[in-house]
Design a protein around this ligand. Sequence first.
Ligand SMILES: [Cu+2]
Length: 147
Amino acid sequence: MRKIFTLAITSLCIGLLATVSPAFAEVEIESLWLRESIPGQPNGAGFGVLRNSGDQDVLLVAASSPIAGDIEIHQHVREGEQMRMEQMEALVVPAGETVSLQPGGYHLMLIGLTAPLVIGEYHDVTLIFSDGNEITIRTPVKALVRN
Ligand SMILES: [Cu+2]
């Protein structure tokens, strides 16, 4: 967590520099999807691929959607035999690299769904990055098991 925080501060400094020399960091989001709701489960999850074609690291710092009270950035961490989810301050998308959000790994955690996520429906999801970009994607709901 401390490492992530340090990266966040570093990014903040890069952000300040960017007002002097323009930043060229650029993140694209590929095949974002939401997992269909498990009956009785108040939270949901979102997955996809973040591609940074820029020359600077960019952090995913926040996300939101009308379908959820809040969206947190989570990772799975091993604790003995068990895996548990842990909230992250931010997710680093290194320059020139891709980061996958997938079941069992990084994911968007939709906290407090206002309605169950139903296959075939679409919901707007906004991702907010450290370079100031906010990207809203019309995101499909897909089955628990992806084919
Ligand atoms: Cu989670």
